[in-house]
Design a protein around this ligand. Structure first.
Ligand code: RWZ
Length: 384
């Protein structure tokens, strides 16, 4: 948080970019700052003609996320939640009276209660960005609805399903942002076309272009890091196809929580963790390709900061038993250093290089995924 606060100071904040005038826009800026300090900082430094669009895009998806995430407000009947998700793109974006009460907690609940302010700002955006936001929102909500019935208490089932979940909640964010950068006039039609082209992807997922890999990389990193927090809250995203390879006792994802130091369970938990980190690392070449396509320096920073934070997080969690007993976070000092050098391709390549060297060095030769992890790191090293 200190890192982003410092960055916010350097960037001058939103007021200088947008000359925030009306009350609704101010509400959106304030609530963005309270629901996500880190995203508020990177969004506020975007160029003036897409800053507000991305801010609204974020809040719309955050509201949708709050509906998806609420386990109690809609009762036991999943059909009610599915209905709300599916009609969200019409109700929330078209009806300036629409609001929701008692869903989510704290500032997220407040966002839904006063959502009409976001709706009004959304309706004041240009037609093209508005169409992009509405399209991505509808497709994400439909995807989320597919997963509502499924019991995520035991994780996603297959690797394919894990990829598909990440595609909906994060891959589509990459697509939306890519199209917004073009719609707002900062990136070319060729940028958009290349960024969305499935033929340029080298990662194994068959679900869109480099833009999707960008989102998947961030989402998978969060899912890996947040294992314990999510498990305690009754959520699980780690794919059973992977974790069942390392589970023997209870055949439940819960057996990895709080393992006894030095135990067999702990060793298997680490092998599982390393397997998933390796899977995420394989997205890095696509992410680097995406970022070479960006021309606008502020858009580059906006995309690069979360990506570099993600590779730093993967380095931090790799082969780290603390993932199973508490919260693992990148050190603030390191975050500040990274943020200050994320302005150029050379700057971010140096970070990806450093973390690939570090992960490779710490790969236990006996790790079941060692060969695959060495290969993923070597691939990054040749690109950086
Ligand atoms: C428009 C900048 C709340 C972000 C998406 C949308 C709803 C939540 C899934 C954010 C990086 C963690 C934030 C992967 C995208 N689904 N997790 C902008 C939003 C990773 C961001 C968060 C996803 C998201």
């Amino acid at each position: 948080e200190v890192a982003y606060a410092l960055y916010y100071k350097l960037s001058g904040g939103l007021v200088s970019k947008l000359a925030v005038t009306d009350e609704d826009t101010r509400f959106c800026d304030d609530i963005l700052g309270s629901v996500s300090r880190s995203f508020a900082a990177v969004i506020r430094q975007l160029p003036e003609k897409c800053c507000l669009d991305v801010m609204i895009f974020y809040l719309v998806l955050r509201a949708l996320d709050t509906i998806e995430d609420d386990m109690t407000a809609f009762g036991k009947d999943n059909a009610v939640k599915v209905k709300h998700l599916k009609e969200f793109h019409k109700t929330a974006l078209e009806d300036a009276q629409w609001r929701m009460d008692g869903v989510g907690e704290g500032d997220e609940q407040k966002l839904l209660q006063q959502f009409c302010r976001c709706t009004r700002v959304f309706q004041g955006l240009e037609p093209k960005p508005r169409a992009v936001i509405a399209d991505v929102t509808r497709r994400m909500a439909d995807g989320m609805a597919e997963f509502v019935g499924k019991d995520l208490g035991e994780g996603t089932q297959t690797i394919d399903e894990y990829n598909r979940y990440c595609y909906y909640v994060a891959g589509l964010v990459g697509e939306g942002l890519t199209r917004l950068f073009h719609a707002c006039g900062y990136e070319s039609a060729q940028f958009e076309q290349r960024a969305l082209d499935p033929a340029l992807v080298t990662a194994q997922h068959k679900q869109g272009g480099l833009d999707k890999s960008m989102g998947l990389f961030l989402q998978k990193t969060n899912i890996i890091r947040d294992y314990l927090e999510d498990y305690v809250d009754g959520r699980a995203f780690w794919p059973k196809e992977v974790w069942s390879l390392y589970a023997t006792d209870t055949k439940s994802l819960g057996e990895f929580a709080y393992p006894k130091p030095g135990s067999q369970v702990e060793a298997r938990a680490l092998a599982l963790l390393n397997h998933l980190v390796c899977d995420a690392l394989e997205l890095v070449p696509d992410c680097l390709s995406y970022m070479t396509l960006i021309t606008h320096p502020d858009i580059f920073r906006f995309c690069a900061i979360p990506q570099v934070m993600a590779i730093a997080t993967l380095d931090k969690v790799y082969n780290n038993k603390d993932v199973f007993s508490g919260v693992v976070k990148v050190r603030k000092g390191l975050a500040v250093k990274m943020i200050m050098t994320c302005g150029t391709m050379g700057g971010i390549k140096a970070w990806f290089h450093e973390f690939a060297v570090e992960i490779k060095r710490r790969t236990p030769p006996s790790d079941p995924s060692a060969v695959r992890t060495y290969a993923a790191c070597d691939r990054i090293l040749t690109l950086t």
